[in-house]
Design a protein around this ligand. Structure first.
Ligand code: SF4
Length: 402
């Protein structure tokens, strides 16, 4: 049975896999629920047949945090930065099937032309971090900055993990999008627009406070005292005008529910358990975790670091578990440990599974476009301005800290 919520959902309610619609959520639209069962023994063969029927008309993108059975069907894998470039580089593909989460598919729609359809196999695959900033809150925050007399010295920098509406806000206000791969380059660019890192300009960084803080402090040499946290649930963000005037980094109060789980205690425990281990974490982790680690970097950086690691060395990785498991399997010459002591998948990434992917591919092969992600024309224009600014930034260098 499917459910439809046009009013806000009951607190905490999550729609059943593949069923119903939630018109008020960031994901927004419907999924029919007519999926093959996960226990179908023919599912892999059905996937192979549907993929072959689509041929070059489809291009399948797979984010690193996807399940193995989905990654097996991807034409290319990558983090959100790499996948944004890949989507933009395939103008001949009629369908871009995005095995990732909603904001990534929105970005792909913005970067592809009108004749291409971007398809998200399960529309409930959202991102809890992206949900932590909505456009009305961001518009209100900008008014708070204007009232404090600092908006004209502030450049918005928006992490890829945000809605298209917030990327559009960023484009309208002369800012840029960034990813975990290029956050340092993006922040440097933003500060250069307002007198440099040592000037008196500011960055409004949304929605991940940890990536913003870690990049400013560990890569641009700022102090923790240069950062303030804007809480959209409190009047004026919970900040005084004086605090806003003194700050260099105004960090949105948002975080990743996966990377936010890792703790400095996890780092201490793994060091005690495995002497000499290298601790490598994602910059969405809390500052105390990143500061205690040996290295910090995007998922692409983590992959490259393990590819280059000395055989026999031991690594504790602080990122999503699907990726860490695949890295452990593909590097039998290394001892790869997971940093947390409990399971830490991204639950929304995991909503893309083989039944949803098979269903989407079979529908497309039959000429029915399902789960198409579209961004309205005005938001698409301004979000594209911010995304093009990101794509024009110099290529990021590998990052190391701790
Ligand atoms: S891992 Fe975190 S930031 Fe990435 S999609 Fe999941 S909740 Fe969002």
């Amino acid at each position: 049975m499917s459910a439809t919520f046009t009013e806000p959902r009951p607190s905490g309610a999550l729609l059943l896999l593949g069923e119903g619609s939630d018109l008020r959520s960031e994901r927004g639209v419907e999924c029919t629920g007519a999926l093959p069962p996960a226990s179908d023994p023919d599912l892999v063969e059905r996937a192979r047949v549907a993929r072959a029927a689509l041929g070059d008309r489809a291009f399948v993108l797979g984010h690193h945090y996807q399940r193995d059975e989905v990654i097996a069907l991807a034409d290319v894998t990558g983090d959100s930065f790499k996948l944004a470039r890949e989507a933009a580089a395939r103008p001949d593909a009629e369908y871009v099937i995005f095995c990732g989460v909603h904001f990534m598919a929105e970005s792909a729609d913005i970067l592809t032309h009108d004749g291409q359809a971007v398809v998200l196999p399960d529309l409930q695959a959202g991102c809890s971090m992206a949900d932590m900033a909505d456009i009305a809150q961001v518009e209100e925050a900008w008014e708070v900055l204007a009232d404090a007399g600092v908006a004209d010295r502030t450049v918005p920098v928006t992490y890829m993990n945000s809605t298209a509406a917030i990327k559009a806000f960023t484009g309208r206000h002369g800012g840029t999008v960034c990813t975990s791969s290029n956050a340092r380059v993006a922040l440097q660019w933003a500060f250069d627009r307002t007198g440099g890192v040592d000037g008196d300009g500011k960055v409004l960084f949304m929605p991940d406070q940890h990536l913003g803080r870690n990049t400013a402090v560990l890569q641009l040499g700022m102090g923790l005292e240069d950062c303030v946290v804007y809480d959209p649930r409190r009047p004026a963000g919970g900040l005084t005008e004086r605090e806003l005037r003194d700050a260099r980094m105004i960090l949105w109060r948002g975080h990743c529910s996966v990377h936010g789980r890792f703790s400095a205690e996890n780092v201490a425990q793994v060091r005690e358990r495995v002497p000499g281990i290298h601790v490598l974490v994602h910059p969405e982790c809390k500052h105390e975790v990143v500061a205690a680690a040996d290295q910090v970097g995007s998922t692409e950086h983590i992959i490259r670091a393990l590819d280059a690691a000395e055989p026999g060395s031991a690594w504790a990785i602080g990122t999503e578990l699907n990726l860490v498991r695949r890295l452990a399997a593909s590097h039998p010459e290394l001892a790869v440990h997971y940093l947390d002591s409990t399971v830490c998948f991204c639950s929304t990434m995991n909503r893309i599974d083989l039944p949803h992917l098979v269903w989407a591919m079979e529908e497309l092969a039959a000429g029915r476009v399902v789960n198409r992600i579209t961004v309205d024309a005005d938001d698409a224009h301004w979000a594209r301005v911010a995304l093009d600014q990101m794509l024009a930034l110099p290529a990021p260098a590998p990052t190391t800290a701790g």
